[in-house]
Design a protein. Sequence first.
Length: 129
Amino acid sequence: MADRKVDRPYRGGYGPAIVLTGTTTDSYVTILDYDGRQYMSTSIILQNTHTSNGLKFKVSYRETDYDNGAWIADSRETTLPAGEWAVFKFDQVWGLDFQGVARIKVEVKAASAGNQATYQLKYRSVNKE
């Protein structure tokens, strides 16, 4: 289970950053399942805070939530070495074929079974006007 805290103050029109920290397991665990429909943009930073062990992650999203739409992979399984970070940004671009991002999901696990890593995930959204 990830620990959660709010990083304040507000900056640049964004809401407060939400910070999640935790430790991986040998199987994928969802550390973020986020409803992004009410926001124009969401930024996510995932950092491997461990000094030696790597972690693996996957990021996916849904274009619809009301019908349990299928998850679409935004990144394939990726290894994040110790001390490294990855950045993702989801923008709401409402068009003819694209409904926007309804949900965002981030999953993590140990890169090597039995060698757990620690992580920090920070996300922040911009409200729709």
